[in-house]
Design a protein around this ligand. Structure first.
Ligand code: ATP
Length: 358
């Protein structure tokens, strides 16, 4: 109510960051801010600039242009050890010759904390990550998930202003990854840590993030909440990267409708450009249903039908050959369909995504 959030500096602020490697423009003009306690995931295809951004924030690399501020203060030129940042890497690089407790106490001792205090704080942090009692163990005697927790404890123990996670779960198997996602989130939220994570895994990004920064070719395609990127993607790239999307090109018709080759749909509450204008829409595979008897719909040809236990995945084509992906759980009706059959599909106009960007 006091309006103090307007004057509180951001935990992190990147403005106009650019970086070239020879002729490769790795980062073009990256700007975003992070509030204290926020969890931001940097997501994007290989080579889109996530790691370069992370390295610049950490201080391992200097940008060609732009500034990095932490709590309102520029850290340009400051080396990594002067930035008060905790880091967890993919291979989490624990010191192999040290015990679990010594690994976690290390950053405290390096910052001049006395031995007894460091040991006490390391033990308390091991408690937080669910490893109380593991202190005396050698780090060689840990499972992948336990090692990852020790790395997290070591990154958090000194109360860093920012925590960077560089694909911390990439080396874990899928099941363990799911458990660790929940665990890491619980721990960082309990401590109120501000976190930037890099991942290739869009599901991980959706599960963990307050906001996602989606990179494309050295630029930010979109930054926003998982819901915003999923429900209101700003362009076809975002629509297809976050979840799956069928992108269709059509023209605006009378009565707030859109039509393309062999298909026509109402646009519900969506505001459309003027009649006759070209418009691009996206529709998620799980939002497409089989039309009921007598219900209006789009006629398609079934090309492939795959049973996946809880649902079917269909590949169909529109009249002009445009492929559509469909995921549907109407198991009884879908079981009887054969490739080559004509099927009538429908969707709710409000489930359409009207794309604006290029
Ligand atoms: P990945 O998901 O594969 O890790 P990324 O999104 O992290 O990719 P970056 O590693 O930031 O992408 O790379 C961005 C671009 O910069 C790529 O074209 C990459 O080849 C290039 N690049 C990165 N580091 C260097 C370097 N040290 N020298 C030359 N080019 C580099």
């Amino acid at each position: 109510m006091s309006g103090s959030s307007e004057t509180t500096p951001f935990a992190l602020e990147l403005s106009g960051i650019a970086k070239n490697f020879g002729s490769v423009a790795a980062l073009k003009d990256i700007s975003f801010t992070l509030r204290k306690g926020e969890f931001l995931t940097m997501l994007g295809p290989s080579g889109s600039g996530k790691t370069t951004t992370l390295r610049i924030i950490a201080g391992f690399m200097q940008p060609d242009r732009g500034d990095v501020r932490m709590h309102g203060v520029s850290v340009a030129g400051a080396p990594p050890n002067r930035r008060n940042i905790g880091m967890v890497f993919q291979d989490y690089a624990l010191f192999p010759h040290m015990s679990v407790a010594d690994n976690v106490a290390f950053p405290l001792l390096a910052r001049g904390c006395d031995k007894a205090d460091a040991a006490r704080r390391a033990a308390a942090m091991l408690d937080v990550v669910g490893l109380s009692g593991f202190g005396p163990r050698s780090v060689r005697q840990l499972s992948g998930g336990q090692g990852q927790r020790v790395a997290l404890a070591r990154a958090l123990v000194f109360g860093p202003e920012l925590v960077l996670l560089d694909e911390p779960m990439a080396a874990l198997d899928k099941k363990l990854r799911g458990t660790m996602q929940t665990e890491i989130l619980r721990i960082v939220k309990q401590l109120g840590a501000t976190v930037i994570s890099v991942t290739h895994d869009q599901e991980e990004a959706l599960v963990m993030s307050d906001r996602i920064a989606l990179f494309e070719n050295g630029a930010l395609a979109q930054i926003g909440t998982p819901q915003a990127l999923y429900e209101t993607p700003s362009n076809p790239f975002v629509a297809d990267f976050i979840g799956e999307a069928n992108v269709l090109e059509g023209r605006v018709g009378a009565g707030n409708t859109i039509a393309g080759a062999g298909w026509r749909t109402g646009a519900g509450h969506h505001a459309l450009p003027g009649a006759g204008e070209a418009v691009r829409i996206a529709i998620r595979p799980e939002k497409i249903h089989l039309a009921d008897e007598g219900e209006a719909g789009v006629e398609v040809t079934l090309r492939q039908s795959t049973y996946l236990g809880v649902e079917y995945r269909l590949l169909v084509t529109l009249a002009d050959g445009t492929p559509l992906q469909v995921r549907n759980r109407d198991m009884r009706r879908l079981a009887g369909l054969q490739p080559g059959e004509t099927v009538r599909l429908t969707w709710a106009p409000e489930d359409l995504i009207v794309l604006r960007g290029a």
